[in-house]
Design a protein around this ligand. Sequence first.
Ligand SMILES: [Fe+2]
Length: 202
Amino acid sequence: MLRSDPPHPAPLPPRAGGGRVAARQHGRAARLNDKIVPTDIAARLATAVQWPGALDVEDRSWRLVARTPDFDAWLIAWPTGGKVELHDHGAASGALSVISGTLVEAVPRRDETGRLSLVHNELRAGTTLGFGTGHVHDVTNEAGELALSLHVYSPALTTMTFFDLEGDHLVAKGLRWAYDGSEEHDPALDLTSWAGAGAAGW
Ligand SMILES: [Fe+2]
């Protein structure tokens, strides 16, 4: 199933041996002290999952890779100009791993004067970015080539609220995404076959 908007919750494996992890939360095991580590799952899945079919999407498109009580995982294809507006991830923390291409994340930051503005982070292929609950960002493919990324949320993503940056405030928009169970796992991306290949038993 392909759709063009929202959710964000959205691989090729150009990396042998994994990539850079841009933010905390990285651990060697997918489960660390019985705790899900989204950066680890995202980095590992990113090397194991491929977009099924032709990668010629015209709009930002995604596939649900896995959905468990503890986390879900989404594969997202970003054509040039593909963007998701400022949003949070409900109660979930998460991670995104850039598989190919380059994405730009914009994060609201308040400076010492109280001014709120967007700080931009370039996320190149091989980068895994982790974020905690309450993280707000937008993500854009500003490059001239398609980008592919793997996103993990824990607990599984159920809601997203979208925001506008107005003056020095984030203002919630009426637009809110909620998981309705309609997304189907694509058999080509079945996590069980990957887990059975030697990953931690989920
Ligand atoms: Fe996001």
